[in-house]
Design a protein around this ligand. Structure first.
Ligand SMILES: C[S@@+](CC[C@H](N)C(=O)[O-])C[C@H]1O[C@@H](n2cnc3c(N)ncnc32)[C@H](O)[C@@H]1O
Length: 211
């Protein structure tokens, strides 16, 4: 179950998050293109931690139906405003977390989680939730900040910020940690890509398949 204080953090942050530009737009577009190449026009797609729906609204035109979710009602409210303004008909937004999502087993052809796995304390349960809702052989595409590789100072700063409500829960993961966890929860990693425009890419794009 997500912590109420984390939901409140993301609700408070939502309008600011929506207004802030994507840091590495070219790298982000490479991830979107990679995802588009893997998705089929007949696919039904599930996204978790969708934020204000930017990725959902870019990918929905390439698939049959796109269900985008986030545990923050405020993020979803903004995503719905953007979808209404853009006239995107095959995307629906819902407030939920992957571990408590209500869709039946094997409902989706593919799942996406961008910039969110490190924010989930019980990743095993979340990954098993995604696994349950995917069809056999379904794809799980993820991209997650690997904070273990970052400046160690951040490890001291984050708990201080959390104590005053200025940071949410975060895990300091490496690419290897992520791989191990994804594979331990019923997936095989079938591809890894680096999309960043910078020299160091600390957000490996993983393509995993439900075993
Ligand atoms: C850093 S934002 C990323 C948003 C979007 N995926 C992107 O790449 O721009 C993280 C999002 O994950 C959501 N989130 C954080 N923890 C979550 C959880 N445990 N379950 C579901 N969503 C969560 C937050 O509300 C927020 O919208």
């Amino acid at each position: 179950m997500p912590a109420a204080k984390d939901v409140r953090f993301w609700d408070r942050t939502a309008r600011k998050y929506a207004a802030s530009p994507i840091e590495d737009m070219a790298g982000y577009e490479r991830s979107i293109e990679h995802a588009r190449r893997l998705l089929k026009s007949t696919d039904v797609v599930f996204e978790f931690g969708c934020g204000t729906g930017t990725t959902a609204l870019k990918l929905a035109p390439a698939v049959a139906r796109y269900v985008a979710t986030d545990f923050s009602p405020e993020m979803i409210a903004i995503a719905r405003e953007k979808a209404a303004a853009g006239g995107c008909a095959n995307v629906e937004f819902a407030v939920t977390a992957p571990e408590s999502a209500h869709w039946p087993d094997a409902s989706f052809d593919a799942a996406l989680g961008f910039n969110v796995l490190h924010l989930i304390p019980d990743r095993a349960t979340a990954l098993r939730g995604v696994h349950r809702m995917l069809k056999p052989g379904g794809l799980f595409l993820s991209k997650t900040p690997q904070l273990k590789a970052m400046n160690p100072g951040i490890r001291l700063l984050v708990p201080l910020m959390q104590a005053v409500g200025q940071a949410p829960y975060v895990s300091f993961l490496s690419a290897e940690d992520l791989e191990r966890e994804i594979e331990a929860n019923g997936f095989e990693i079938i591809d890894r890509a680096k999309h960043s425009s910078g020299k160091k890419d600390m957000r490996t794009f993983f393509v995993a398949r439900k075993i």
